[in-house]
Design a protein around this ligand. Structure first.
Ligand code: ZN
Length: 320
């Protein structure tokens, strides 16, 4: 039952992992979202906020993903908006604390609620909302569940959060000019999700990988383990990368060591699941035996690892 709840939880990319955590969340005093989100300048004019290494709860206000913004001479681009409208407003306040320039683009790196549900805070800025050309459909099919779960788990902390689909879809690649600063956007094959998008700031060589890179927190497969491994090989060979920003975990990571750690986890998962399928193991047997030593190497293993084995099994059994 515990595993089922955890799996459901991940499927909805939601909230507390267990009934006991749920109960604790409902009785705990909600942490009010700070009025101004804390941000770090990682490179000139490029700021990021580090989310909590956790699932979304009332206490953390759904602030579990890394989000940020980039400033040009003409305007500002936001990269992901956080897990609630309140977090989006706090991110907007952080932008206003460092520049009066208008927000012209709100980029969503993929469909997951911790990256998109702060969009509402930027509507009055009339930006282009930018995402993969597969993002709108993915959001449409998941929005009701995302919002239902968010409201259930966060209560009034979730107020005003809603899905705002892209107005500027990206097919393959797109350059956004912020004024003397170009962001190169790129979509990828199905990996973390089927609508992953990265942002490369040409001026500083910063590659915002979002959830194509989990650092310290266990990678979550909501797309394809094989696609993700292919994408990582391509990403690792990209020229000119000075730094990368993960979607979860520390804002400053060793490059390419952080990518290699994620690749090793995913590659081993694929290898072990293939072996289990060849040996005639059921999905449940695979879930019970594969990667049980990963606890301690990554945060949130208990929440996500079994789901990853399940996803990899479902994907790989068809290649036999
Ligand atoms: Zn994600």
């Amino acid at each position: 039952m515990r595993a089922l709840i955890a799996a459901l939880c991940v499927a909805l990319l939601c909230a507390a992992a267990t009934p006991s955590a749920n109960a604790a969340a409902s009785t705990a005093k909600a942490a009010s979202q700070p009025a101004v989100l804390s941000v770090t300048q990682l490179a000139p004019g490029l700021y990021a906020h580090r989310g909590h290494d956790d699932v979304a709860t009332r206490q953390n206000g759904g602030d579990i993903a890394n989000v940020g913004f980039v400033i040009g001479t003409r305007c500002v681009a936001v990269i992901d908006t956080g897990g609630t409208a309140a977090e989006g407003r706090a991110l907007r306040a952080a932008i206003r604390a460092v520049t009066p320039l208008p927000v012209c683009y709100v980029i969503n790196t993929h469909m997951h609620p911790d990256h998109i549900l702060g969009n509402a805070a930027f509507v009055d800025d009339h930006p282009q909302f930018v995402g993969s050309d597969k993002l709108a459909e993915a959001e449409m099919s998941h929005a009701a569940n995302y919002l239902r779960v968010l409201t259930r788990e966060l209560g009034d902390v979730a107020a005003g959060s809603r899905v705002i689909p892209p107005t500027l879809p990206v097919h393959d690649t797109l350059d956004l000019d912020l004024g003397s600063r170009v962001l190169a956007l790129r979509t990828w094959k199905t990996a973390h999700t089927n609508n992953d998008l990265t942002v490369y700031d040409k001026r500083t060589g910063t590659l915002w990988l979002a959830d194509l890179l989990f650092a310290g927190c266990l990678p979550v497969i909501d797309g394809s383990v094989l696609g993700w491994l292919d994408d990582l090989a391509t990403i690792r060979a990209l020229p000119g990368v000075q730094r990368v920003v993960p979607g979860h975990g520390p804002l400053r990571v060793q490059w390419p060591q952080a990518l290699d750690a994620e690749r090793d986890y995913l590659a081993r998962l694929a290898r072990d699941v293939r072996a289990a399928i060849r040996a005639g193991q059921t999905m449940q047997q695979a879930v019970d035996t594969i990667g049980v030593d990963q606890r301690g190497r990554w945060r949130l293993v208990d929440v996500y690892h079994r789901r990853n084995v399940t996803a990899a099994y479902a994907e790989l059994e068809w290649e036999q």
